[in-house]
Design a protein around this ligand. Structure first.
Ligand SMILES: [Zn+2]
Length: 265
């Protein structure tokens, strides 16, 4: 559906091409992460969710500061070329016939200062805290901004711990605490962490899709938007709450919507 929307409207600025590129990348990551999670590889899906969250944040950052995004994109591409030239210079036996372009030392220093001599800084030059601070105004109210912060502070931290070798990622492999005198290692598909991964996949990608819908046009009323993109989609009500809540009462999930427009729909 969204692909159809995008086809219908020409891109109006270079930054929009960047935005769509990030979205296409995210769509593939979303599908890949979903496949892993559904196959029982929740931890590996979380590793992809880290990228999904970074892309979601970057997409919002491109939308909120398109001129800076284009500038950084071009600077970063230039710096990447310089770093690749370093590699060619280091391994001349492999690439003896590659001609290295003449590089401007002053420019190199300038770009090293932005992205680090080994290119370790993000292409936007902003860490995740600065990027979230730059985009948080795009979430409409305090409650949804809190979701964004909570995801970064908790879920993304967990995603990071799974991606890198950490006590958490090791603990996920080593069954712990173990019965005395016995060590167990977990290998192969399993159900734990699948729910965590699925939550990350859906919540994060919903934020990116919401941005694209806003940007490229798709009419939704406030209730539909709230129903689709809020955390309440992940709240399960008890049988009693479902039975005892009137259709016109506020939904017990705290979405702020009437029950009939929320869990009672
Ligand atoms: Zn609800």
């Amino acid at each position: 559906m969204l692909a159809g929307q995008l086809e219908g409207r020409a891109l109006q600025a270079d930054a929009e091409a960047l935005l769509v590129a990030v979205f296409c990348r995210s769509l593939d990551t979303y599908c890949a992460s979903l496949t892993l999670a559904m196959d029982g590889y929740g931890t590996q899906a979380q590793m992809l969710n880290r990228s999904l969250f970074e892309d979601m944040v970057d997409a919002h950052w491109i939308a909120t500061d398109p001129d800076a995004a284009i500038e950084r994109y071009e600077q970063h591409a230039e710096h990447t070329t310089m770093l690749l030239a370093d590699v060619v210079r280091k391994y001349t036996d492999i690439w003896s016939d590659v001609e290295i372009p003449q590089l401007d030392d002053a420019r190199r220093k300038e770009l090293d200062a932005l992205y680090g001599p080994y290119g370790t800084a993000p292409w936007s030059k902003l860490n995740i805290y600065d990027r979230v601070a730059a985009i948080e105004h795009m979430w409409p109210d305090e409650a949804t901004r809190r979701q964004l912060h909570l995801y970064r502070d908790l879920a993304q931290r967990d995603n990071n711990q799974m991606l890198h070798l950490s006590s958490s990622s090791l603990r996920a492999t080593l069954a712990w605490p173990r019965p005395r005198g016995r060590i167990e290692f977990q290998v192969g598909p399993r159900t734990d962490r699948v729910d965590v991964a699925l939550f990350g996949i859906f919540w994060t990608f919903a934020q990116t899709v919401g941005l694209m819908i806003d940007r490229f046009g798709c009419t939704m009323d406030d209730d539909e938007r709230a129903a689709l993109f809020s955390m309440r989609a992940f709240v399960t009500l008890t049988d009693e709450q479902m039975r005892d809540t009137g259709r016109n009462e506020s939904c017990p999930c705290d979405s702020g919507l009437k029950f009939k427009r929320c869990h009672g729909a």
